[in-house]
Design a protein around this ligand. Structure first.
Ligand code: NDP
Length: 240
């Protein structure tokens, strides 16, 4: 393991759940963090709590120019970028037959374009410095498809493929897929189908807490430069 206390790490979706837990975990390891999400009041409170080595900026990952400005601001603040954790995601599940086109679009925009916007914001820097690490949060839904989750899983299969493609194209940049199983967060709180929302509540009976995923992210970041953790799948033991 290497010490990450001089690493500058960007985290998206740090206003709740896995992103927030990751900020706490990496701050405890001494990393310098630049965190983003849309709910700025939560980012501000977290940054104030975690101390001076954490800075924040409001970020909508679906907006490429906003993501570029986010990376620029991080570099201005800390002088460099070592890693990006593309964690932001949404999961408004529903059966395809409900034709919730706006929700499909939102998942594709945040979960796929958001990740691509993040890669685009840091990749030229990583290529120039011949070093860098992209950690993309996918899901067990990048390996299997569940009823009502066709579009969500489609976005996570895409995140898996994009991360693997990035790995193959760059010898000096590390690419990691983090695939959580069911984790107790705010994900899915916006599900508009009441039957699906009730089913999610049931699945959540046996769930991980977000710190379990944060530790997997820290593990990937703590490897020495020549070691690339390609994927970590983390499920609750009780998931079977
Ligand atoms: P949360 O809902 O708690 O967190 C999601 C985060 O994404 C929030 O901080 C939210 O911030 C942010 N976000 C959503 N849309 C945008 C946007 N347009 N721009 C910037 N940030 C955005 O859920 P989780 O912590 O569970 O989700 C984190 C990741 O983990 C997601 O990619 C999810 O798909 C994945 N995952 C989660 C699992 C689980 O069971 N919880 C299982 C498998 C994968 P804000 O609203 O302030 O913008």
């Amino acid at each position: 393991m290497t010490n990450i206390n001089d690493k500058i790490v960007l985290i998206t979706g740090a206003s709740s759940g896995i992103g927030e837990a990751t900020a706490r975990e990496l701050a405890a390891a001494g990393a310098k963090l630049f965190i983003g999400a849309r709910r700025s009041e939560r980012l501000q409170a977290l940054a104030e709590e975690l101390g001076e080595s954490i800075a924040w900026r409001t970020l909508d990952v679906t907006d490429a120019a906003d993501f570029d400005a986010f990376a620029y601001a991080a570099e201005e603040r800390f002088g460099r970028i070592d890693a990006l954790v593309n964690n932001a995601g949404v999961m408004p599940l529903s059966p395809l037959a409900s034709l919730k086109r706006e929700e499909w679009k939102r998942m594709i925009d945040v979960n796929i374009h958001g990740v691509l916007n993040g890669i685009a914001a840091v990749l030229p820097r990583f290529v120039a410095q011949k070093d860098g690490h992209v950690v993309n949060v996918a899901s067990v839904g990048a390996h299997l498809v569940l009823p009502t989750a066709a579009v969500y899983c489609g976005t996570k299969y895409a995140v898996w493929a994009i991360t693997e493609g990035l790995r193959q194209e760059h010898d000096e940049i590390r690419s990691t897929i983090i695939s959580p199983g069911v984790t107790a967060t705010e994900l899915g709180n916006d599900i508009s189908d009441s039957t699906v929302a009730a089913a999610l509540k049931d699945w959540r009976q046996k769930s991980l807490t977000p710190d379990a995923i944060a530790r997997a992210i820290r593990y990937a970041l703590e490897q020495p430069t020549g070691v690339d953790i390609n994927e970590v799948i983390v499920r609750p033991t009780a998931a079977g």
